[in-house]
Design a protein. Structure first.
Length: 546
């Protein structure tokens, strides 16, 4: 789901906007006396429309400095909002929230001209809630804004942005019919206000609603209308998104030949501009398109590039994750499902290749073998992940005793039953049990997992056994490899730290390092896989007492 939002930038009064900078403060602020708020206000707007967010922040900060130096609270509020928009647009949600709250506090201390500023802050705050995945808060705030706007003489811009926030929140909640109704209102208002930027954003969101509602022809028409309106200066993101939506719609109509050109455009534009999610989805739907066109070689290539693009996208989410983005990202099971579909497709079509020649047959046999092997590996990983989650769900028992119980269960399985990655152990059950107990005692007393650089050979040396024997015991007793085994302890440690009041004010990154994780990315990924929620979500759950 890729939905776009509108912001309220500088909307200064004429007197404030043209007020010159006081030269008495020039030494402190290193700004020339002839500079004015009006100058930087225009530079802010120009930079934002050009997509140059660094310049946008710099100019907004200049206005903020001028306002603070000259005791201009109204302008200071608007500048704080603009700086918050910068942090929001660059996925730094905690910083954005801080500036919005500073703006709200300043408005609360004002005695004049504060009502309009309250709703300026609220309007943009509604968009922040959407970015943070707090859709109900966004909807409530937007409705409050619309009610306020009805009491004003010129409410159009507030109503426009609030309706856009409502529609965007509902689309993200997958309530597409309701979201569509609000986006149509946005388009109508934008047309009356002659706001081309808002019309284009509304059209792209309308197209997405039509696609989700399976009204494919309407989605194609509205996206083509949008593409006809977009100029070179307009958003490349919307251009790539509309091409993606058209391609998806043609696939929905079972017209893959018509989908191909638009999907390729979406892929090329998003790849060049760095729109990771659009690029990922373009590869995904190109794979389906080539499959329907019986171009199996290109289909397999797009499946491969989809996996690579998806990894890049997920990594970007982990790095950007602060107040927790990403309620829309797919989890590990989605990849498994997609790859299994590709493998099934190859199996069903295998007979066709028997008539095409020895070379093609050999290539297909190799591909089938590799995909089958990968499917088995993914199936095993899924089962192990499910077992690991169950181990960590009961927070009353110590991990050591849970692993002892797991080992008993594993040993009770039929010896004839084997898995892809495990081999029958050459050790007796009594020998296995003794080595297993030594390993668990060592993990409990020495806590080697707290070292982010620990290696399998380091623990084996500490236990006085070979790496091969250590690996064999982990496999035979727990059905786990070294990384899965170590990560169990690290996640268990992280959970206990977040439950400890002494660590209540620790940041998520600090908790991860304390638990032995080498990076925030690995901490977020492993914790989400094993607990079913991100560290931020879990910490919030602990604080709320849920």
């Amino acid at each position: 789901m890729i939905s776009l939002v509108l912001y309220l930038l500088f909307s200064l009064t004429q007197s404030a906007g043209t007020q010159p900078y006081d030269s008495a403060y020039s030494d402190n602020l290193t700004i020339h006396p002839q500079d004015s708020i009006a100058k930087y206000k225009q530079l802010c707007v120009d930079a934002y429309l050009a997509g140059n967010m660094d310049d946008y922040k710099q100019h907004s900060a200049k206005v903020l400095a001028i306002a603070q130096a000259n005791n201009l609270p109204e302008i200071e509020v608007r500048a704080l909002v603009n700086v918050a928009i910068y942090y929001q647009q660059t996925d730094q949600y905690e910083q954005a929230l801080k500036y919005y709250l500073d703006a709200a506090d300043l408005v609360g201390s004002m005695t004049e001209n504060s009502t309009t500023l309250v709703y300026l802050v609220k309007t943009n705050l509604a968009n922040l809630y959407i970015s943070m995945g707090k859709y109900d808060e966004a909807i409530s705030t937007a409705k409050d804004i619309i009610a306020y706007a009805k009491t004003q003489s010129n409410p159009e811009q507030y109503v426009l942005v609030a309706n856009n926030a409502l529609g965007t929140a509902l689309i993200n909640k997958k309530e597409y019919a309701e979201g569509l109704a609000y986006m149509l209102k946005v388009k109508k208002l934008a047309t009356q206000m002659d706001r081309k930027d808002a019309i284009i954003i509304a059209n792209s969101n309308i197209g997405e609603c039509y696609l989700k509602l399976k009204e494919y022809k309407k989605a194609i028409d509205i996206c083509n209308e949008t593409l006809a309106q977009i100029t070179v200066e307009d958003s490349k993101e919307i251009k790539s998104l509309c091409n993606l939506l058209i391609g998806q719609s043609f696939l929905g109509l079972d017209e893959p030949a018509k989908a191909l050109a638009n999907l390729i455009k979406a892929k090329d534009i998003s790849e060049t501009a760095g729109f990771l999610k659009i690029n990922m989805e373009a590869h995904q739907y190109l794979a389906q398109t080539y499959e329907k066109l019986n171009n199996y070689e290109n289909s397999l290539q797009e499946h491969k590039e989809y996996s690579q693009a998806r990894e890049k996208y997920l990594k970007s989410l982990s790095e950007a994750e602060r107040l927790e983005l990403e309620k829309e990202s797919e989890d590990k099971s989605s990849i498994i499902s997609e790859q299994e579909k590709s493998i099934d497709f190859l199996s069903q079509e295998k007979q066709i290749y028997l008539w095409i020649g020895i070379a093609v047959l050999l290539a297909l046999a190799i591909s089938t073998f590799l995909y089958t092997k990968r499917r088995k590996q993914l199936t095993l990983e899924t089962e192990q992940l499910r077992d690991d989650k169950e181990l960590l769900e009961n927070e009353n028992g110590a991990l050591k005793y849970k692993l002892e119980e797991l080992a008993k269960t594993v040993q009770e399985k039929e010896t004839a039953k084997s898995s892809v990655t495990s081999k029958p152990s050459s050790l007796s059950k009594q020998e296995q049990k003794q080595h297993m107990q030594n390993i668990l005692d060592y993990m409990e007393t020495e806590k080697p997992y707290l070292d982010p650089d620990i290696k399998q050979s380091d623990i084996a040396q500490g236990l006085g056994m070979s790496v091969h024997l250590f690996s064999e015991i982990l496999n035979a007793c727990f059905e786990k490899n070294f990384n899965n085994f170590i990560n169990l302890y690290r996640v268990d440690k992280a959970k206990s730290l977040m439950q400890d009041p002494k660590f209540e004010h620790y940041k998520i990154l600090a908790i991860g390092y304390e638990a032995g994780f080498p990076s925030k990315t690995s901490f977020n990924r492993v914790f989400k896989n094993l607990v079913g929620m991100t560290p931020s979500e879990y910490q919030g759950k602990v604080f709320s007492g849920a």
